[in-house]
Design a protein around this ligand. Structure first.
Ligand code: F6P
Length: 407
């Protein structure tokens, strides 16, 4: 996909959502198959120097603090470059990097070993957003373990003030950058070229901070499920119809009073559309949500494939992620075609019910729960189970509801 290794260097004052963004980018890139890892300098500082450092430690006029911070920052960079020399593809260097000189050092170190650098700067001056970020994330940090919340918030504001004294936003002559202003209200990209790089910009353009629920489910039991056949375009079985009714009843209650109202996305296949039909919300059918295409094996049972096409059967058993059915798809293909769906999901502010299929739901679930691609084809997503995902500041909360088919 891209031949050069890449480092995303986060930039911005504390409490601007950098770590949240870094983790989101890492999840997206890893899901697409690029080995990505976040190197968070704060974690290095806590591990090497202990968590409880007062605001004065971050004072640019405190030479001991400055030296100690330089040391841990250097250690994180070297670890990241070491990892990129191996099988790592994208490193995300998560630190404030507020001073231009500091950024120049990071960029020079990366470029010396042939690694491309893009700065990702988060700019936000809205006091309410910053205060909310301090309350929701910073006070939970080990830096303030056991401390009175008001004293901790005061200390953190003092820390921000120290950084503010040395902060210089990234300038055009520093190289490639993306600036996210006010949590994505506005985005500025400068000299960002290449396929993966453009995908990153598109991801950042569409992602937002408001939280909403995503419900994932497979279609109800189909006639092919009953017969053990894969693919095809069968109708629901009687039990499957019952699940469709149970799903609508359950969600109607669960989403009562939701504003905005949820929206439903199905595949273009009958079993998915039939499963969603009792819900009262707006519905859209997307081809991208169709089940993995089993090519010449469509309509067969696994036993038939094993008997009639043993080489294919074994090849799939060896590498289910990369195996592509003859004239069909692999899980990797499914992930690639779901990428626009992920971008659209990121963009949504309405709760979304996605009625998909086994492989498709696995791939979407893997994105939200940050499962590596190799695990994705083996994830457990049973029939007649609704998965409720609620994105949080640093991940995703999951609840599962097994719904009994309703009369
Ligand atoms: O069996 C139902 C089904 O949705 C098939 O249509 C599809 O080929 C299969 O599940 C995907 O699961 P797996 O990748 O485990 O074969």
């Amino acid at each position: 996909m891209h031949d050069r290794k890449l480092v995303l260097v986060m930039v911005g004052l504390p409490a601007r959502g950098k770590t949240h963004l870094a983790r989101k980018l890492a999840r997206y890139l890893s899901w697409l198959g690029h080995r990505t890892r976040v190197f968070n300098v704060g974690s290095y500082r806590r591990a090497r120097l202990g968590a409880a450092q007062p605001a004065s430690f971050f004072d640019p006029d405190n030479p001991d603090g400055l030296e100690a911070r330089r040391r841990v920052a250097g250690e994180a960079i070297e670890d990241m470059l070491h990892w990129l020399r191996g099988d790592g593809a994208v490193g995300i260097y998560d630190a404030t990097n507020t001073a231009r000189t500091q950024r120049a050092l990071v960029a020079a170190r990366c470029q010396a070993v042939g690694v491309e650098v893009i700065f990702v700067e988060s700019i936000c001056d809205d006091p309410e957003v910053i205060e909310a970020n301090i309350r929701q994330t910073k006070l939970m940090s080990p830096d303030y373990d056991g401390m009175d919340p008001e004293a901790a918030a005061d200390d953190f504001r003092a820390r921000i003030a120290h950084y503010q004294r040395v902060y210089e936003p990234v300038a055009d002559d520093e190289g490639s950058y993306v600036k996210l202003i006010d949590l994505g209200e506005k985005l500025v990209a400068h000299r960002v070229e290449g396929h993966l790089q453009s995908r990153l910009v598109s991801f950042l353009l569409n992602t937002h901070a408001s939280q909403r629920v995503v419900w994932l489910t497979r279609h109800g039991e189909s006639l092919y499920n009953l017969a053990g056949r894969i693919g095809g375009n069968p109708d629901l079985s009687t039990r499957g119809e019952g699940y469709a009714r149970a799903l609508a009843r359950f969600l109607e209650k669960r989403a009562e009073g939701d504003d905005p109202t949820p929206v439903v996305w199905t595949s273009t296949l009958k079993r998915s559309i039939q499963t969603a039909r009792h819900t009262a919300w707006d519905k859209f059918s997307l081809r991208a949500l169709d089940e993995i295409h089993a090519g010449s094996c469509e309509g067969m049972t696994y036993q038939e494939i094993e008997k009639q096409m043993p080489d294919e059967y074994q090849a799939r058993a060896r590498d289910k992620l990369r195996y592509r059915y003859p004239r069909g798809e692999s899980y990797e293909d499914v992930i690639q075609r779901l990428e626009p769906v992920i971008i659209d999901l990121e963009r949504q502010v309405r709760p979304v019910l996605l009625v998909g299929h086994n492989a498709v739901v696995r791939a979407l679930y893997a994105y939200f729960m940050n499962w590596p691609p190799e695990v994705c084809p083996h994830l457990d997503v049973p029939l007649h189970t609704l998965i409720e995902l609620s994105p949080t500041a640093y991940g995703c909360e999951e609840r599962r509801f097994a719904l009994e088919p309703a009369p």
